[in-house]
Design a protein. Structure first.
Length: 128
């Protein structure tokens, strides 16, 4: 079975939507955070779809799974940075909730994709 192009992956599409929302949410952060939390959260958010795309472009399914793991790690970074921003009152509770819901959904999708790819790898290995 041929792997989809990364732009066809729901995980990538949802990750791109998250990046867009993170950029919008961080626009109103204090100016003195531009090189701090604003930059950090944006970079972590951008890392999620970037790792999905890079992993899909790799030579093996195992490498793809590895990069999906990196994407999941970056997603966890975004999650904690959203908590920090909310605690500092940089984002409103409703925006935090919406971002949190998107992060949870994307985490489930990534976990499912990883499990599916790992299952296929095991199936392919055991059928040899």
């Amino acid at each position: 079975m041929q792997l989809k192009h990364y732009q066809q992956l729901i995980a990538w599409q949802k990750a791109i939507a998250l990046v867009t929302e993170v950029y919008s949410a961080t626009k109103s952060f204090p100016r003195d955070e531009i090189y701090g939390l604003t930059s950090q959260i944006r970079r972590a958010a951008v890392s999620v779809p970037s790792n999905i795309a890079e992993g899909q472009g790799r030579a093996t399914r195992g490498e793809f799974v590895q990069f999906l793991g990196y994407a999941r790690g970056s997603l966890c970074e975004v999650e904690i940075q959203i908590v920090i921003a909310a605690n500092l009152h940089y984002i409103a509770p409703d925006i935090r909730e919406r971002l949190s819901d998107r992060i949870t959904e994307l985490g489930r999708i990534l976990n499912g994709l990883i499990a599916s790819l790992e299952k296929r790898t095991v199936s392919t290995s055991s059928s040899r």
